[in-house]
Design a binder for this molecule. Structure first.
Ligand code: C2E
Ligand code: MG
Ligand code: MG
Length: 696
């Protein structure tokens, strides 16, 4: 702003100077014109007074000398004429009698006493009996008749130099110049003052136009001159007002999210850019990436309109939480945080300054807690969750794109851990994100190009060593990496939404294979793993029924395995989801039992048929007292709930013996067989082979 003010002052100063100079010039010209007129008048007047003066003194001389002229008193005349001629306004003087004989003469005269003077001027004066005046060169010649006792006795002639009686032209000029200069000195500043005042509305106009051109449109020009300038100012004001309204509208459209009134992605990006650019040495800040858990489900059941209201309510809570954080942490006028909506159910927060990473975590915690409280949407209580990722700058990036991407990766990690949690960004997330991207693309191809296969691992009965069933385990015949186990790709499939497709395919393939086996005389149940995401889908049950119908497999030969954490995430839902399938005869197993956090009260109510003891306990039960106690407890619990048990990962005869003594129902593990392709399994489970094995 300061340089602009400076520039305007310069413009105004130059305008005032120009106007003042113009006025000064006009003043000088006018003064010069007046001076010349005055000079000429003065000069004429001067000559007049000079002539009058010369006439008066000459007549005075004539009166004084008249008696001596009458008496022809030469001595007196010579003395007096000499005396008079010494006056500064007289350069020469002489007296004549009526016969024009010079009686006395003194100074610059062309006559001498005794001469007869033939001067025309004297002749005229004596003839007319009146004073005669004549200007010759620089002198005034005056001839005045002299009277004594009423009788003409002669005349006196005087020469008066004009310079002695009239003021010289130079002096007049000097005086006038002095007056003119004084006038200029007094008037010019006055003119400058007036010009300045007269131009002040212009200054306002220029200032306003300048300010408007430098993006500040919130200006009103106040000019009340009642003339065109005021009209112009009003037109300016109207123009500014309209421009400002338009700019505001454009800004709103470009930078504000219409549903929540929060800043949008673009605005957020700009703000992060500014803050990271202006950050001082050693200043740390944070970007939080927030994503609502379960929003899609709520949105689908509420409808778009209510979904928008829910987002608005979430935005309010986020703003509140951020404001609370600002109050607690924004010491000494620090820049406040900014909450923005990126789109969908994704929000972000910018903390321009944090003391340490825990500062950002405190806000994340505060936000998670605030979103956990139920929302009231048109009479319904809605429960949401939120996952947050934290990227710190400059540590995790110093530009908006990197920071947002890293915070997003951290958020995804928080979501994987079960939601309602926050994670800090770590460099390893970046690498795995890239690998996962490649993996996801390949996985899509795998599903499309039939690269997936199902292997079967037998379950052995402790009672008689017979094969009591199998578990279907998916494999990926990767074109370059070879055969991949599910650990390498199931999680990626869940994250990119392919798990539904894959799970469905495995289920149908397993049902079909089991039916093929049954037709060839190997009738035994097949267990299929179901992922959490697959299970949460609304038409999960329908898919299972379709697979059974298509294959013709009796429902009693299908077992579905849910991991303990899937089963316990939303027990009420699990109960209602599996009820129709159980009624048909499908059995359910809790997989990896012992690793999750089961609620005992729910366990007793859950309609499961089998506990699969997690292999980590089986592996350690011989050497580790604790693992052994867990296995014993699970088996005791299963007995009292009248459930079957499958011990997973049985690798040694020792484990097998211990589990048999403790009363487990079935064993699954490398001790008997690794997972194998269908044809191998068919040979493995053929009645003849079975008999041979038992005998062996
Ligand atoms: P799970 O359901 O607990 O399956 C048992 C896992 O233990 C299998 O690993 C099996 O090969 C392995 N295993 C069996 N016996 C032994 C043993 O004696 N020692 C050792 N160390 N391991 C043994 P796999 O095939 O790699 O599968 C890993 C997990 O992937 C499965 O654990 C299951 O949770 C998941 N999974 C497999 N197939 C599918 C599928 O079609 N859909 C879904 N959603 N998940 C699947
Ligand atoms: Mg399993
Ligand atoms: Mg398992």
């Amino acid at each position: 702003m300061a340089p602009i003010r400076h520039a305007i002052s310069r413009v105004m100063r130059s305008l005032v100077i120009k106007f003042t100079l113009l006025c000064g010039l006009i003043l000088i010209l006018a003064t010069a014109a007046l001076m010349s007129v005055e000079f000429h008048l003065k000069r004429a007047e001067n000559t007049e007074t000079g002539l009058a003066h010369a006439q008066i003194i000459t007549e005075l001389f004539a009166t004084t000398l008249a008696p001596a002229i009458a008496n022809n008193d030469g001595g007196f005349l010579v003395a007096r004429v000499g005396q008079f001629a010494e006056r500064p306004d007289v350069s020469g003087l002489y007296a004549v009698n009526v016969s024009r004989t010079v009686l006395a003469a003194q100074g610059d005269v062309p006559v001498a006493p005794g001469m007869r003077d033939a001067d025309a001027l004297i002749q005229s004066a004596l003839g007319a009996v009146d004073t005669r005046v004549e200007t010759i060169g620089q002198n005034i010649h005056v001839a005045a008749p002299a009277f004594h006792d009423g009788r003409l006795v002669g005349a006196v002639v005087a020469r008066v130099p004009i310079y002695a009686v009239a003021r010289p032209a130079g002096e007049i000029l000097r005086r006038q110049l002095l007056i003119a200069m004084t006038a200029l000195l007094v008037f010019l500043p006055l003119v400058a003052l007036v010009v300045r005042r007269a131009l002040s509305p212009m200054r306002k106009l220029i200032e306003a136009a300048r300010a408007a051109s430098s993006r500040n449109l919130d200006i009103r020009i106040d000019i009340r001159t009642g003339d065109e300038l005021e009209l112009l100012a009003n037109a300016f004001n109207r123009m500014f007002a309209r421009l400002e309204a338009s700019v505001k509208r454009v800004h709103r459209l470009a930078y504000v999210d219409m549903i929540t009134e929060l800043p949008n992605r673009e605005r957020f990006r700009k703000e992060v850019e500014r803050v990271t650019r202006e950050a001082s040495e050693g200043q740390e800040g944070a970007v939080l990436f927030l994503d609502l858990d379960r929003f899609k489900r709520v949105n689908d059941s509420l409808g778009i309109g209510e979904g928008d209201r829910l987002l608005d309510a979430v935005a309010r809570r986020l703003r509140e939480a951020a404001r609370g954080w600002d109050l607690a942490h924004g010491e000494g006028g620090a820049e406040p945080s900014m909450v923005a909506r990126l789109g969908g159910d994704e929000f972000t927060v910018l903390l321009p300054k944090v003391r340490d990473s825990a500062d950002a975590a405190r806000l994340a915690r505060r936000i998670i807690d605030s979103v956990r409280r139920p929302f009231e949407i048109s009479g319904h209580q809605v429960f949401l969750g939120l996952s947050a990722g934290i990227a710190l700058f400059p540590r995790d990036g110093d530009d908006p794109e990197t920071l947002l991407r890293h915070a997003d990766l951290a958020m995804a990690a928080a979501k994987r851990s079960g939601g309602n949690a926050y994670e800090y960004f770590e460099a390893s997330m970046n690498r795995s994100a890239f690998e996962r991207l490649v993996l996801e693309n390949e996985l899509r191809e795998a599903v499309r190009d039939d690269q997936l296969v199902v292997f079967y691992q037998p379950k052995i009965s402790f009672k008689d060593g017979s094969i009591a069933g199998s578990e279907a385990l998916v494999r990926w015949r990767h074109p370059t990496a070879g055969m991949l186990a599910p650990g390498a790709f199931i999680q990626a499939a869940e994250e990119c939404g392919l798990i539904g497709e894959i799970g469905d395919w495995v289920l149908r393939r397993a049902c079909r294979d089991a039916e093929v086996l049954r037709a060839s005389g190997i009738s035994m149940p097949v267990a299929v793993n179901v992922s959490a995401m697959q299970f949460e889908s609304e038409d999960f049950a329908r898919g299972v029924i379709r697979a059974l119908e298509e294959s013709g497999l009796p429902p009693t030969l299908l077992e579905l395995e849910l991991t303990e954490s899937t089963a316990m995430r939303d027990p009420e839902r699990v109960i209602s989801q599996i009820a129709p399938l159980r009624k048909m005869g499908v059995t359910f197993a809790i997989d990896d039992f012992g690793t999750g956090h089961s609620s005992l009260s729910y366990l007793t109510r859950m309609p499961f048929d089998v506990f699969k003891i997690d292999q980590s306990f089986v592996r350690n039960m011989i050497d580790d007292e604790h693992a052994r106690i867990v296995v014993e407890t699970i088996l005791a619990m299963a007995r009292s709930l009248k459930l079957k048990t499958v011990a997973e990962g049985v690798e040694t005869a020792e484990q097998y013996a211990a589990l048999r003594d403790l009363g487990a129902t079935l064993a699954q593990g490398y001790l008997f067989a690794r997972p194998m392709p269908l044809d191998e399994f068919e040979r493995f489970a053929a009645p003849g082979a079975r008999a041979a094995r038992i005998a062996g």
